[in-house]
Design a protein around this ligand. Structure first.
Ligand SMILES: Cc1cc2nc3c(=O)[nH]c(=O)nc-3n(C[C@H](O)[C@H](O)[C@H](O)COP(=O)(O)OP(=O)(O)OC[C@H]3O[C@@H](n4cnc5c(N)ncnc54)[C@H](O)[C@@H]3O)c2cc1C
Length: 290
């Protein structure tokens, strides 16, 4: 089935309840090819032109779920939402970026989805199309945390992102050179109007993590009306704070009669990951403030 509007796609999914929507197919076809998924029918979203671009509404960009990574990586998009453009440019090899979409990245909700920490830091909201023309809004973070689910006949139409007109960064560490899945990623967004810094760490947990205390601590050190520069020590401390919040020490083991026992050490791989997150957060904030 190849609908040309969101409502047609919803109607096709309602008519054949075992059907599954497919956008670029880069995630879905891997599941089909590996035998994990055997959909009775597919509803292709690729001909729905209304979700392949973006518009503006109340200080927000309303991004179509069908925007490809390749499109989001282009300079005009980067001027609007720099961190999302940087994440799109880092999302896999060119073939994947040409086909893979923003909506697919969100609904797949893979821990290594590159757009996800950026959307978490931006506090983005989804607009979801349902049966009989229904529309509902849902924070991206609620979907990623499993607090709310998509119904089988619903389709993600748009992603609403605030336009902050301020620097923002996305940095990703991988285990090898060339396009690869993230070992860890960090998005940093400055919001000068609300005088806050928002940060989200990807790939180290099933969903992006927000180190809220580290965010408000560092925001309180920034001279928002002045140069907005921070000393290198403050940037390093922010990196450590973010990393400790996302990859904490294991709790102390209980000693005899409830007394605190030995403090267990993090395994070397987790320590390495923590150092990686600290470096990404320090650099990400440093670049945003530079
Ligand atoms: C070799 C390879 C490398 C990759 N590297 C990266 C990487 O570095 N970074 C990264 O982030 N990702 C990577 N990916 C994953 C993938 O490319 C992205 O997650 C991509 O954004 C998925 O989009 P899609 O349009 O292809 O989704 P699809 O495969 O079409 O769909 C994925 C899921 O989302 C659902 N869906 C899609 N669109 C909608 C919608 N609008 N409404 C409701 N449900 C919808 C589908 O039903 C399906 O369940 C890689 C994949 C491969 C195969």
């Amino acid at each position: 089935m190849l609908p040309t509007t969101l409502d047609e796609a919803v109607s096709a999914l309602s008519t054949v309840p075992a059907a599954v929507p497919v956008a670029g197919g880069t995630d879905l076809m891997c599941e089909v090819n590996s035998g994990q998924l055997r959909p009775a029918a597919l509803v292709g979203l690729g001909r729905i032109s209304e979700i392949r671009g973006w518009s503006y509404q109340d200080g927000h960009a309303v991004l179509g779920a069908g925007l490809t990574h390749a499109r989001m990586g282009r300079p005009d998009f980067a001027a609007l939402i720099p961190a999302l453009a940087a994440a799109a440019r880092a999302a896999g090899p060119p073939q994947i970026r040409n086909a893979g979409t923003l909506g697919g990245n969100i609904v797949s909700a893979s821990p290594t989805g590159d757009a996800l920490p950026v959307l978490a830091a931006l506090e983005a909201t989804l607009s979801i199309a349902g049966p009989e023309g229904a529309r509902r809004e849902l924070p991206v973070s609620h979907l990623l945390a499993g607090m709310e689910m998509l119904q089988p006949s619903e389709v993600v139409g748009y992603v609403k992102v605030p336009l902050l007109h301020a620097p923002q960064t996305f940095l990703k560490a991988t285990s090898r050179t060339g396009p690869s899945r993230a070992l860890a990623s960090v998005a940093v967004v400055l919001d000068p109007m609300r005088r806050n810094v928002r940060c989200a760490v990807g790939a180290v947990a099933p969903m992006p993590l927000r180190p809220l205390e580290a965010e408000s601590w560092i925001a309180s050190l920034i001279d928002w009306d002045g140069r907005r520069a921070l000393a290198p020590e403050a940037l390093s401390a922010f990196g450590e704070y973010v990393a400790m919040a996302c990859i904490p020490d294991p709790p102390p083991e209980e000693g005899e009669e409830g007394a605190a026992g030995a403090v267990p050490q993090l395994p070397p791989a987790a320590l390495h990951l923590r150092r990686t997150v600290a470096t990404l957060a320090r650099r990400g904030l440093g670049r945003a403030l530079a």
